[in-house]
Design a protein around this ligand. Sequence first.
Ligand SMILES: [Zn+2]
Length: 219
Amino acid sequence: MLYFRTLVLSLVIGAASLAPATGKGPGGSVSASDALARLKAGNARFAQSARTAPKPTRARRLELAKAQHPYAIIVGCSDSRSAPEIVFDAGIGDLFIVRTAGNLADAYALASIEYAVEHLGSRLIVVMGHENCGAVKAALSGEGAPGHIGRLLEGIRPAVEATRSTPGNRLDNAIHKNAGLVAQHIRREAELGELAKKVKVVSAYYDFDSGKVSFGAQH
Ligand SMILES: [Zn+2]
């Protein structure tokens, strides 16, 4: 099963592909705390409209064609306004990103995370919700939806229930809670073996107006 999973992901994701499942990331892994500092610094530049991310030149593309070592994994919402590379002033090859509406982590997302930790050396996982998230808003409305959207709303429902009597803005409370619950889910469900000790999972909230990302509890 592990071999099959690794093989499939290698084919899908490419790069560093047939790395053996040694349980150790490649040399030069950026620690979780260094990665968090790097994300914070990048977001500060973004919020001040002072991005410095290097251009994806041909030289950089050729370098990355050999291998990738993204320093952080971002589990974000598919919302077009919350693109992680831009919000964290990062370049290609810097971030390993999983995006779904409502920043949920299903089995495929967990597999992608496991791959990045085991084979690409990433040690920080950030689950980032954002201001005015339409997926959380839809879940909050209590109205169902047909098909796959209905299933997605069910995935957000626990955050809505958990914040039902929390004072303050109901939508913001549910967005924060949803990111926290997904972070806990990843901490609990991702099969990281020995590497789990080195990995941190952090929830975060991106504010459109200020451009700032605030980070929550670490798991
Ligand atoms: Zn959203």
